[in-house]
Design a protein around this ligand. Structure first.
Ligand code: HEC
Ligand code: HEC
Length: 358
């Protein structure tokens, strides 16, 4: 009898451990490196070092932009609630930030241009039903990794108090620069206007009030707090589990082709696609032709691109390979294959991807 119990509890523990190993996330495969792999890997880690590309695993290690006394984690939940619930678009009811920044697509739209007001459905099935649809004629960039692009916001970089375009395009929020706001904070304020975030409805939302009580100390829901909560959410959504990030932290998570791809990346791409998000901080000439008014355009993040499917500011390219080809950097066929493998496999962190139906 006693033996049976012991066997049963061993079986139970074994079962639980097996199940945990199946479901433990993320599963970053480690390769067995030969000497040649190791030499290349070590030299690449060394060349990457000066660029400070590592994404912090722990949100407590982040240098968040926080302007008031808050409980960060609850502010995150409040921001996440606003982001994902249909509080956007006054008087309507089925648009949220996530209508365009689709969480099943890692914060990209997954369609050519995101649709807000005037459309129904979620994700790639979202359809417009009126010509008065809320949609900019540019690709929806992801909000993920915003912490690494504090000032590199919007395709033309205009949401930056220093930008010559700022006053021309965003005079409605010019006062916020005097308060010290910049980058994604300006974006959260601007976005809440452009997309008609329904402040009155936010104020009446009982769940939000409870989140705000835990985050800010009382149930007052106002614009400053809403902006703060969204900014905290955007900054905590990061991608520390890409095989590349794990590689930088010392694990052997890249195979030979991906290592060669990284060599191409460090040689030919990092001058523009830099910061830990591998983008969002450098502005140069447009590559895709369009009538989008901007002399300079942002080199976008290269993380989680396979989840999107539409590339360049005007979504003109449908494959990553063609987007790279359009740069005309004179890559050989092999270099193109390797850099494509690197982007497709090593720059993906599915932990920020959630089902569109939660
Ligand atoms: C109608 C679709 C749509 C909706 C709804 C929407 N966005 Fe966006 N978002 C975009 C597009 C398009 C851009 C890029 C605009 C540009 O660069 O001119 C963008 C840009 C951004 C950026 C800057 C990203 C970067 O790297 O430049 C952030 C952050 C952001 N949105 C957050 C939000 C938040 C928060 C909400 C909800 C209040 C929201 N968005 C609602 C389509 C949308
Ligand atoms: C001179 C700066 C520069 C260099 C160097 C550069 N890029 Fe880009 N990249 C850009 C810009 C700017 C865009 C956006 C262009 C547009 O929309 O017109 C872009 C867009 C992309 C995109 C599309 C991403 C998306 O979501 O839309 C990919 C993929 C890409 N680059 C990969 C690469 C790779 C790989 C290399 C190196 C082989 C590279 N880039 C080198 C500036 C650069």
């Amino acid at each position: 009898m006693k033996n049976n119990k012991i066997i049963l509890s061993f079986a139970l523990i074994f079962g639980i451990i097996t199940l945990m190993s199946f479901y433990s996330f993320p599963q970053n495969k480690e390769y067995r490196y030969t000497k040649a792999h190791r030499v290349l890997a070590d030299s690449l880690r060394k060349s990457a070092e000066p660029y400070n590309l590592i994404i912090a695993e722990n949100y407590q290690d982040l240098d968040l932009t926080v302007r008031m006394e808050i409980d960060t984690l609850w502010a995150y939940y409040a921001g996440d609630f606003i982001f994902n619930n249909p509080l956007v678009t006054i008087g309507q009811g089925f648009t949220s930030c996530a209508s365009c920044h689709n969480r099943a697509k890692a914060g990209f739209a997954g369609i050519r241009f995101g649709y807000g007001k005037g459309a129904t459905g979620v994700g790639e099935w979202r359809q417009k039903f009126t010509e008065l649809v809320d949609s900019q004629k540019v690709a929806t960039p992801t909000h993920v990794n915003s912490i690494y692009s504090k000032n590199g916001v919007l395709w033309d970089g205009s949401l930056n108090c220093e930008s010559p375009l700022f006053l021309e395009k965003h005079s409605d929020i010019a006062g916020l620069c005097n308060k010290g706001y910049n980058g994604i904070e300006l974006q959260a304020a601007k976005g809440s206007k452009v997309h008609n975030l329904d402040f009155e409805r936010c104020k009446k939302e009982p769940i939000l009030k409870q989140y705000f009580k835990l985050a800010f100390g009382d149930t007052l829901v106002n614009k400053d707090r809403i902006v703060q909560a969204i900014v905290v959410k955007e900054q905590i959504d990061r991608t520390p589990f890409t095989p590349f990030n794990q590689f930088l932290m010392g694990k052997n998570t890249l195979n030979m082709s991906e290592l060669r791809g990284l060599r191409v990346f460090l040689g030919k791409c990092i001058s523009c696609h830099n910061s830990p998000a591998l983008g969002n901080n450098h502005y140069s000439e447009k590559i895709a032709k369009s009538d989008f008014k901007a002399d300079k355009i942002k080199a976008p993040t290269l993380i989680n691109l396979p989840f999107d499917g539409f590339y360049m500011h005007n979504s003109s390219e449908k494959t990553i390979k063609n987007a790279i080809r359009a740069h005309q950097l004179g890559l050989t066929k092999k270099e193109l294959t390797d850099i494509n493998n690197f982007i497709r496999n090593a720059l993906v962190d599915a932990t920020v991807v959630e089902s569109a139906y939660r």
